[in-house]
Write a protein that binds this ligand. Sequence first.
Ligand SMILES: *Cc1c(COP(=O)(O)O)cnc(C)c1O
Length: 356
Amino acid sequence: MHKKLFIPGPVDVPDDVLKRMATPMIGHRTKDASDLQRDISKKLMQVMYTKNQIMLSTSSGSGLMEGAVRSCTRKRAAVFSIGAFGDRWYKMAISNGVAADKFSSEWGQPTTPQMVDEALSSGQYDLITITHNETSTGIMNPIESISDVIRKYPEVIFCLDTVSSMGGTKIEVDKLGVDICITSTQKCLGLPPGMAICSISQKSIEAAKQVPHRGLYFDLLEMYECIQKKDHQYPSTPSLSHMFALDYQLDKILEEGLGNRFTRHLEMANYVRAWAKEKFDLFADENYASHTLTTIKNTRDILVSDLNKKLGEHGYTISNGYGNLKEKTFRIAHMAETRLDDIKILLSLIDKLLGL
Ligand SMILES: *Cc1c(COP(=O)(O)O)cnc(C)c1O
């Protein structure tokens, strides 16, 4: 039996979208391949509110995160971490020999504009990474006030991880001044895992030209130049299957209407938060609670694995806490094509199973 997924990726993918993955192959150096990528770009530019070049990478989101920090850091990167995925970005820098410092917030708290200002004012950094939506803690950073600070430092390349939020909430890339905005297919965009997406500014391209060792597969400059020279094609063979499905799913997202989609996500978030506060507690500072997933503090000391096993018998699955938070929290994702009615059914089932 298929279990309905309420985990923060991969998400359930509707059958019509899944079927597009089975589209017969085309050559990746054909005009059809160029047209496909160009169409996808145009649609993603709407979802991401940007005029920057869109690039696809056949990898999960982590590939482009590693590529960004490696390709565009000339001096030193300031990596802001509010949880597991921020920590991972720091590890990516260090393991690639990129000079970097990590600025951590207490888990459950956001990155503050003051922290960013203090770090960048030292003049040591020419690249900054921010997690928009931290999937371990359920925090959505105050990205507008953070970007207001980053704007004061025009030499700094602004990289933003929107892996678990793009397509689920409004992120205006150009208005925020994001240079490299990264996401992947298996979260709010509602597709199978396996493709990463970014927008990239001209400023980032100029920065990459000054970096001698950018790696190869995730060299953002090489990808960019290939797209320019070969009319939207890639240095290596991309997952055309994902591209067929992505092109189709983006039509569906735009048909729903971005505003409607964002409202739907927020309504689900509000519902789960209210439930969590009544029955357990929120892990995240509520002022910064995520619109796409909720991390719930396990105040009743339930066995999350036990609950999940019982939920599984009814055809549902939620997520345990991430890393150190494994038993201390559990997570309910409300992203992609999930509807408020699905959430209501899930939560009343949890109430019943736990006798709440
Ligand atoms: C899932 C996730 C990632 C990692 O993305 P992959 O596509 O699994 O590589 C990075 N950052 C955040 C915030 C995520 O939720």
